[in-house]
Design a protein around this ligand. Structure first.
Ligand SMILES: NC(=O)c1ccc[n+]([C@@H]2O[C@H](COP(=O)([O-])OP(=O)(O)OC[C@H]3O[C@@H](n4cnc5c(N)ncnc54)[C@H](OP(=O)(O)O)[C@@H]3O)[C@@H](O)[C@H]2O)c1
Length: 317
């Protein structure tokens, strides 16, 4: 693939992390906005990119000469980050700064993703963008440092903080639960961590709208810039999320609520990490669906795919 030749008048969008959970949805959703150059660690859909290699990252941006950059690549292993601190920092903190520096002079829009784990969970109401972060784990520290490195670079950047991503592809809670419900009679799920499940497709759709506004914005007042919270509406615990998946799936399993202390993990997690989507609504008029509504839509997609898969294997066509 020749990544340095574009079509006249067609915008070129450099997507990093195209084979991740969000990246996979973004690859499809961003396509109507321009030519998507889909880069990933393994190079399955386009050029390879390793965010731990700043020189390679700079080189790729120079070669592609994008009209916009969307970064869905990240070090996302929350527990492993506790022992791979340096790598997690390179990928999540340094790389967004490199992207910002490479794009700031020409005001090229960049969208980057961050997390509810920048907060410590002590709040009694959904977190707003201006609330003070205080991450409890290394992953949260690296993501917070990445937000800052990008915004401090002076780039035309929007940072979309999201939470509890799930979808039809990738490693996520929905697919894990559906798998375990078929394997086990009983399952214990943490009930004292509260957040908002977010469908990766919905995140990709919001990203496309934000990118459109950034590309068409006439100046800093009309173009979205800075941090925005983008999550499913409402809130639940992991147990509540699991119960809803179970009820919607028609499968059976004995679900038991447990506390985080009964399920020890290397990284501490916030007990309450619901994000307030109000800024997105006020700035862009986007009202995000309640998490249960999105879950229903996502499950409908999954059922359809499973049914289509089994009927295509049927000898009767
Ligand atoms: N998942 C969640 O619940 C959640 C919650 C809040 C915020 N977020 C944020 O949302 C964004 C998207 O998350 P996601 O769930 O789509 O993550 P994901 O499925 O883990 O995808 C991340 C992608 O980045 C790639 N990657 C890892 N290290 C890399 C490196 N050194 N260079 C280039 N690519 C690298 C991964 O490749 P490999 O798979 O080959 O390693 C993967 O394709 C991230 O910024 C994440 O921090 C996610």
């Amino acid at each position: 693939m020749n990544i340095s030749s574009g079509h006249q008048g067609v915008r070129r969008i450099l997507l990093l992390g195209a084979d991740g959970q969000a990246g996979w949805e973004l690859h499809r959703t961003l396509s109507p906005l321009g030519e998507v150059v889909a880069a990933s660690l393994g190079g399955e859909f386009g050029p390879t990119v390793n965010l731990a290699d700043s020189q390679g990252l700079r080189r790729l941006i120079e070669e592609v000469k994008p009209d916009a950059l969307v970064n869905a690549a990240a070090y996302t292993s929350v527990d492993r980050a506790e022992r791979e601190r340096d790598l997690a920092f390179k990928v999540n903190a340094e790389a967004p700064g490199v992207m910002g520096e490479a794009l700031c002079q020409r005001g090229i829009p960049i969208i980057h993703f961050s997390t509810d784990f920048v907060f410590d969970g002590a709040a009694k109401r959904p977190y707003r963008e201006e609330d003070d972060p205080n991450p409890l784990n290394v992953y949260g520290e690296t993501k917070l440092a990445g937000e800052r490195a990008l915004l401090d670079s002076g780039a035309n950047a929007a940072v979309l903080r999201t939470s509890w991503l799930y979808g039809v592809r990738g490693q996520n809670f929905l697919l894990t639960m559906l798998h375990l419900f078929q394997e086990r009679d009983e399952l214990r799920v943490v009930d004292d961590q509260v957040g908002a499940p977010t469908w990766s497709r919905m995140l990709a759709e919001v990203t496309a709208v934000v990118l459109c506004r950034m590309l068409e914005g006439e100046g800093p007042h009309t173009s979205p810039r800075g941090i925005f919270h983008v999550t499913g509406g409402g809130e639940t615990s992991w147990y509540g999320f699991a119960r809803r998946i179970l009820e919607s799936s028609g499968l059976s399993c004995n679900l038991r609520p447990i506390t985080s202390s009964e399920f020890p993990a290397p990284a501490r997690r916030p007990g309450y990490s619901v994000l307030d989507n109000g800024k997105l609504r006020d700035a862009l008029g986007l009202v995000l669906p309640e998490w249960r509504v999105s879950l229903t839509h996502c499950l409908a997609d999954l059922c359809w795919a499973v049914r289509a898969g089994s009927s295509s294997r049927s000898p009767n066509g």
